[in-house]
Write a protein that binds this ligand. Structure first.
Ligand SMILES: Cc1cc2nc3c(=O)[nH]c(=O)nc-3n(C[C@H](O)[C@H](O)[C@H](O)COP(=O)(O)O)c2cc1C
Length: 191
């Protein structure tokens, strides 16, 4: 069997990647965030359209994001419990990045290709953050699809949220790596 590379190597990072459900402050600082974003700008991108953008929230921005979520919850007629819960939701991490697929008009690159490109950026942000020692969780939920919430964030009619990436310092060390590399038998068939 092929030897498993060291956890801090590039392949080790991929083989060991896992999500971190509970994170705390500190989150990435400005210099680290710059590196994380630069990594995301390296995703495969047909025609280099850069069909995505990032809405980052930390500190007071988490309050603003939570209030926007709450207004959207009220407008969407969600339950009282949910409306009460929304303002605290972004506070589950010190840094929340809302990743927006922002398609460019292009006859060669279909919308779905552009959305896939944006989705790649979410994973790349998570991996880059992990390489810097941070944990993260890619979340979705009804707000991701809610046009009222999109308007709260100033999204255009053609834009779509592809993920909320919650980033911070892992609460528990055991949440930072997988114990075993998964088996590939179920997912591989040769054509
Ligand atoms: C598009 C997308 C949306 C997701 N939405 C959520 C979510 O809302 N809540 C959640 O707990 N996990 C969500 N997940 C799954 C987590 O990000 C994570 O992958 C999962 O908990 C498995 O953990 P692992 O990444 O360590 O294997 C989502 C994943 C993807 C790709």
């Amino acid at each position: 069997m092929t030897p498993i590379p060291a956890a801090d190597s590039a392949l080790g990072l991929l083989l060991n990647r896992r999500s971190c459900h509970s994170v705390r402050a500190p989150g990435p600082n400005d210099a680290e965030l710059e590196l994380i974003l630069r990594a995301a700008l390296r995703v495969p991108d047909f025609q280099r359209l850069r069909p995505y953008r990032f809405l980052a929230a930390r500190d007071d921005g988490l309050d603003r994001l939570g209030r926007a979520m709450q207004r959207a919850a009220v407008a969407a007629g969600r339950s009282e419990a949910e409306i009460a819960r929304t303002p605290r939701m972004p506070h589950r991490a010190p840094l929340v990045i809302t990743v927006v697929a922002s398609p460019r008009p292009n006859t060669l690159v279909p919308l779905f290709d552009q959305q896939l490109c944006a989705a790649c950026s979410v994973l790349t942000l998570q991996l880059a953050a992990r390489a810097l020692g941070y944990g993260g969780l890619w979340r979705s939920g009804w707000l991701m699809y809610d046009r009222g919430f999109h308007r709260e964030l100033g999204l255009g009619e053609d834009e779509q949220i592809v993920g909320f990436l919650y980033l911070g310092t892992p609460q528990r060390a055991e949440e930072t790596t997988h114990e075993a590399v998964p088996d590939t038998h179920d997912v591989l068939r040769w054509i």
